[in-house]
Design a protein around this ligand. Structure first.
Ligand SMILES: Nc1ncnc2c1ncn2[C@@H]1O[C@H](COP(=O)(O)OP(=O)(O)OP(=O)(O)O)[C@@H](O)[C@H]1O
Ligand SMILES: [Mg+2]
Length: 506
């Protein structure tokens, strides 16, 4: 670690008010170079708002920001960028059709010295290679970004930040959408950057990431409720600070599994890389799918739900009131009719209606439930939706406000509420706890218990193998579009899953 730490940024008594919400309240914070500064806190505690104040997206309502000891007003993101702040949001901002190198230098492509109107492509590739090498990232600058995994795209974002001479790299939940192996790699890169003198703000909901932090600030309701330096970071204490009490049962698993089959998937194939997958889900069972990112877990869910066409093989649902026209679902609409629900992995792109409020987002997939004599009963809609908003402890502002303005975790909970409202028989949950805080995670686990206690089935996809083992009854291990083993959880452990999931991966 670089021993000379400089004070880069300081927030002094900063408050940010949105209509009806104090997102951060009289908050003070110091950010140093050569250090990974962790930020942790429940959904809606103000983490992203702090980041946006430092990135010039928002102006504080009151309070002061200092850069290297001097008071400063960050008027816009361009100004933040010129002061060395680079922010990597969860929604990456790369251009998919361009190469890695073009993305790194987008908007400021170097020109040939003698012919300044000609772009110096060789120089771009050369410079990109130097940065990627500095970071220890093994990527070809000529690769097209669309062909890269999310984790690799994140690396390109980091390289882009460094090429702009950033001194502070802000990462808002960088590990939420990537797998275990990629997270390990990301930690190495983050530590390497801190060693080279960069300041890093690292936001996460995953407590197993505390180890990468040199210090951590714990937020609650827009205020700092504690900060700890390395060596004094204790998981239990952090949880206590964050939610105000201890979490006794992280995984409140109920066994509701029966021997009656609910869903049979027989030897299915799709053009999206599913190569002969078979498994059954029993009534009351949580059937976990383990695998690396890109192994085909999401695609299995998509095939069952009628998003991707099943080219061979069949699926059969027991207890289905609606007669299936074929031995597969040809559209999601048909799947929903037959009682199948899918909680998508990427809520922003294919889950939420951003301009609708929380209530409308909950009711949308089963309006039939609130129709009275052919007309939507809006009172009934609100009563029903509020029940789920309460149950999942979604912020009450979700009733009125467009979901666009909710924190990431609250958005996730709104989608979960939607499928609860649908009363499906089979729930396909693709990374349901991604981006939600520890208290909300336990709520999701309780909901899984609630689902299975009514004899319904869950297909549970998660990159967090600990939670997968704790909450599933059986686990299918997906590798290269196939299920290579199905095991009762009592007979396996994390090591087994890692070995099987990552074997023969390139
Ligand atoms: N543009 C906005 N308009 C209105 N309210 C907002 C806006 N941005 C944030 N908020 C509110 O401010 C509060 C803090 O939100 P913020 O996104 O900073 O939380 P967070 O700690 O990042 O949460 P998460 O872990 O869920 O991402 C929340 O109540 C949120 O609804
Ligand atoms: Mg956030």
């Amino acid at each position: 670690m670089n021993e000379i730490k400089e004070l880069l940024w300081e927030l002094k008594n900063v408050t940010k008010v949105f209509p009806g919400v104090k997102a951060i309240n009289n908050l003070s914070l110091k950010i140093y170079s050569s250090e990974v500064h962790g930020m942790i806190g429940e959904n809606g505690s103000g983490k992203s708002t702090i980041v946006k104040c430092l990135s010039g997206v928002y102006q504080p309502t009151s309070g002061k920001i200092f850069y290297r000891g001097n008071p400063i007003v960050i008027h816009n993101p361009m100004m933040a960028c010129s002061l060395g702040v680079a922010t990597i949001y969860q929604e990456l901002s790369l251009v998919p059709s361009l190469t890695v190198a073009e993305n790194i230098y987008i908007g400021r492509l170097p020109r040939k010295e003698r012919f300044p109107f000609i772009v110096d492509w060789q120089e771009i590739v050369k410079k990109s290679l130097v940065i990627l090498k500095k970071l220890g990232i093994d990527l070809d600058p000529l690769n097209i970004v669309a062909d890269l995994s999310i984790a690799q795209q994140q690396m390109v974002e980091i390289a882009k930040a460094l090429s702009r001479n950033a001194n502070l790299i802000i990462m808002d939940e960088p590990s939420a959408a990537i797998g275990m192996e990629e997270t390990k790699r990301l930690h190495e890169i983050v530590l390497n950057m801190a060693m080279q003198g960069y300041g890093i703000i690292y936001i996460t909901h995953r407590l197993d990431e505390l180890s990468v932090m040199d210090c951590v600030t714990v937020l609650k309701d827009g205020e700092v409720v504690g900060d700890r330096a390395k060596g004094r970071i204790n998981v239990k204490e952090i949880v206590n600070l964050m939610i105000g009490h201890d979490v006794k049962e992280h995984y409140p698993k109920q066994i509701n599994q029966t021997n009656d089959t609910l869903l049979t998937v027989s030897d299915i194939y799709t053009k999206k890389g599913i190569n002969g997958v078979s498994f059954t889900v029993h009534q009351g069972e949580v059937f976990g799918l383990a695998g690396s990112i890109g192994s085909g877990r999401t695609e299995i869910g998509h095939a069952i739900f009628g998003i991707d066409d099943i080219t061979d093989g069949s699926i059969k649902l027991q207890n289905c009131q609606v007669v299936m026209t074929k031995d597969k679902f040809t559209t999601p609409r048909e799947a929903i009719k037959c009682g199948v629900a899918l909680l998508t992995e990427n809520r922003k792109y294919n889950g939420l209606f951003m301009n609708f409020n929380g209530v409308n987002n909950v009711s949308i997939a089963k309006l039939k439930k609130i129709v009275h004599r052919g007309i939507l009963d809006l009172n009934k809609e609100e009563i029903f939706a509020k029940e789920y908003i309460d149950k999942l402890k979604i912020t009450p502002t979700a009733v009125e406000q467009s979901v666009e303005f909710l924190s990431g975790g609250n958005q996730q909970k709104v989608i979960i509420a939607r499928w609860m409202f649908c009363e499906a028989n089979i729930f396909i949950l693709d990374e349901p706890t991604q981006g939600i805080d520890i208290g909300a995670k336990v709520e999701v686990y309780r909901l899984i218990n609630d689902i299975t206690s009514h004899g319904k089935g869950v297909i549970f996809i998660s990159s967090d193998f600990e939670e997968l083992l704790a909450m599933s009854d059986r686990i299918g291990i997906v590798n290269k579009g196939k299920i290579i083993a199905v095991k009762e959880v009592k007979n396996i452990n994390k090591k087994y899953l890692i070995e099987k999931a990552f074997v023969n991966q390139v």
